[in-house]
Each structure stands twice: as structure tokens, then as C-alpha cells.
Design a protein around this ligand. Structure first.
Ligand code: C5P
Length: 302
């Protein structure tokens, strides 16, 4: 018996960040859009918990219990009082440490796959609760589509999206650690009065209308100055994408993946081609959103 779950990457079309809280986290107004770049997590019974990974970034993925897929299996098994003796295999297409929730995707995928394999019958509410315990972005990886995340990003409200948005993603030569980017945000903002984060009404409206020009005018990422401070070359990639015809360019989440919104699929392909031939990025991909959340795509008998 094995179960395979497919889980999308995300881009943050708005990431408004408040001041650091006493627990070290930051309150966010985080508008997530799931996009069609996917990891697949396959779970199979085994003698003991183990994780394997394939894909271009596989050598950067931890295979121990720090992997969110392993932590998800352990969290569900603990709640059911069973042994998490499974082999979790990750077919990884989402960049590692890229600001696209690749690790979170594997956590949500493993959780849904283990739930199906073990017949654990967790409710949506329990799954979301475990996801929130695993990490701030993990609940969104489960639900997909588009959503506003508040709190540390884990409290979700589904958003209406009136069309398909076409994106280009440029993967950088190295990763950025999310905690390091938040620390840099704190350092850059030291002494400043940081307002409480609020979702942008024009942005929510642009999503609801499916209007790429309006969305391009409204996107924002408060972590972008921090990501650029730690990785200054990203500014050149953003400029190159804009010059190639993207409607807008921004750092995805905590980066260093850069995201370019295009008017349509044809324009996205042209921007991608220009970025590819610039030699500035490790890899360039196109993907559209919204994409569905974690979904069981295969369940094979013994
Ligand atoms: O929740 P998650 O484990 O994904 O967060 C990783 C790190 O990102 C946290 O340890 C924290 O440093 C930072 N973070 C934050 N505020 C948030 C979400 C994440 O400071 N809302």
C-alpha cells in the first residue's frame, strides 16, 4: 500500500510584516497564492521512519527528523498513539530555501498521505491544527488556492480569485534562511515605528477580478529590503525581469526566488526565455496560479 500526495508552491502577493512579537514571531498580513510547481510526497509502510528525496535540489534536503515531512508523520502518529513507521519519499520540484514554501509543502503532503495510509480520518480542522504546529506556512500548503494569512500566517481566510495569473520564477544560486531574513528585517527597522500589518484592499480586489495589471500595481513584500540586503544581486534579476516585459517583479516570501507577474502565458514564456539566457539565475520556471492545495493523486494497494 502506498499513497502519493501532490502539493503546490506558493508566492506571496502581499507580505506585510509587523514588529517582532515577544515570542520572536512577527504578525503578518500574508496574501498567499498557490502556483503550479509541485512536490510529491509518497508514503509507504516501513520498519522505521525514514525520508528520501529526489530532484535537482535533493542534496540540500535534510533527511532526518528536522524534515517537516518526518515531523508531520510523527505529529499525527503521536495523536493516534501509533508508531510512525513509514518511508516518506519526496519528489522535489519546489526550490529548497527559496521562499516558495517547499518545506511546508512536504509537511502538508506527508500529513495528508499518512492520514490516508493509516485511515486516521483526521478532520480538516485537526489537519490544519497539526499544520499550524509544524510551521506558519504549512496550513496554506494544505488548502492552496489563495488565502489571507494573519497571526504568524497560520490563520487563514480563503480568498476569491477571478482568473489565472501567469508567473515566472527565477531560482537563485544559493538559499536564504527565513529566520535570518526576519532578523535582518528587525535590524533594518530598529528604532522605527512599524505599523500593524493590514491586507491591501486594492490587492484583494485585483485578485477577485483576476486583473493582472491591477495585481501588479498592488503587490508588496516587506521582507524584500531584508532579502536584498542579504543577497544584493537579486536586485539585478528583478530589474532584468522588468526590462524583459514583466508587469512587476518581487522577491517571493523571504527569498531568494524572484517572482515575475506576466500579462499572459505567452508573455511569461518570453520573460522566462530572457531570464534564462541572461545566465543570472540557477533555473527559471513558469507556473500559473491559483493551484489546488495538497491532493491525493495515487493510492496503490499492496
Ligand atoms: O513558522 P516557521 O517555522 O516556518 O518560521 C520560521 C522562522 O521564520 C521562525 O523561526 C521565525 O524566525 C520566522 N518567522 C517570523 N514570523 C512569522 C513567521 C516566521 O518571525 N510570522
Amino acid at each position: 500500500m502506498s499513497v502519493t500526495v501532490r502539493v503546490p508552491a506558493k508566492v506571496n502577493v502581499q507580505l506585510a510584516v509587523g514588529a517582532a512579537r515577544p515570542d520572536g514571531f512577527h504578525d503578518l498580513a500574508n496574501v498567499f497564492l498557490a502556483v503550479g510547481l509541485y512536490d510529491e510526497v509518497t508514503v509507504t509502510p516501513a520498519d522505521e521512519l525514514r525520508v528520501t528525496c529526489e530532484g535537482p535540489d535533493a542534496d540540500q534536503v535534510p533527511l532526518d527528523v528536522t524534515n517537516l515531512a518526518a515531523r508531520a508523520a510523527i505529529a499525527l502518529a503521536e495523536r493516534r498513539g501509533i508508531d510512525p513507521a513509514v518511508h516518506l519519499h519526496i519528489a522535489k520540484d519546489i526550490p529548497v530555501a527559496g521562499g516558495m514554501a517547499g518545506g511546508s509543502a512536504d509537511g502538508a503532503g506527508a500529513l495528508l498521505a499518512c492520514d490516508a495510509l493509516w485511515g486516521a480520518n483526521a478532520s480538516r480542522e485537526e489537519l490544519l491544527d497539526i499544520c499550524a504546529q509544524l510551521g506558519s506556512d504549512v496550513p496554506f500548503s494544505l488548502v492552496g488556492g489563495a488565502a489571507l494569512g494573519t497571526g504568524r500566517g497560520e490563520k487563514l481566510r480563503a480568498l476569491e480569485v477571478g482568473g489565472t495569473f501567469h508567473w515566472v520564477f527565477a531560482m537563485a544560486g544559493r538559499g536564504l534562511s527565513t529566520p535570518a531574513v526576519f532578523r535582518e528585517f528587525d535590524r533594518l527597522g530598529e528604532g522605527a515605528d512599524i505599523p500593524a500589518p493590514v491586507a491591501s484592499e486594492p490587492l484583494l480586489d485585483a485578485l477577485a477580478k483576476g486583473d493582472p495589471d491591477a495585481l501588479a500595481a498592488a503587490v508588496s513584500n516587506d521582507l524584500q529590503p531584508a532579502a536584498l540586503s542579504l543577497f544584493p544581486e537579486l536586485a539585478d534579476t528583478l530589474a532584468a525581469g522588468r526590462a524583459a516585459g514583466a508587469l512587476t517583479a518581487l522577491v517571493s516570501g523571504s527569498g531568494p526566488t524572484t517572482a515575475f507577474l506576466a500579462r499572459d502565458a505567452e508573455s511569461a514564456a518570453a520573460v522566462a526565455e530572457t531570464l534564462r539566457s541572461s545566465g543570472m539565475c540557477r533555473a527559471v520556471r513558469t507556473a500559473s496560479g491559483p493551484a489546488p492545495g495538497a491532493t491525493v493523486v495515487r493510492a496503490a494497494g499492496a
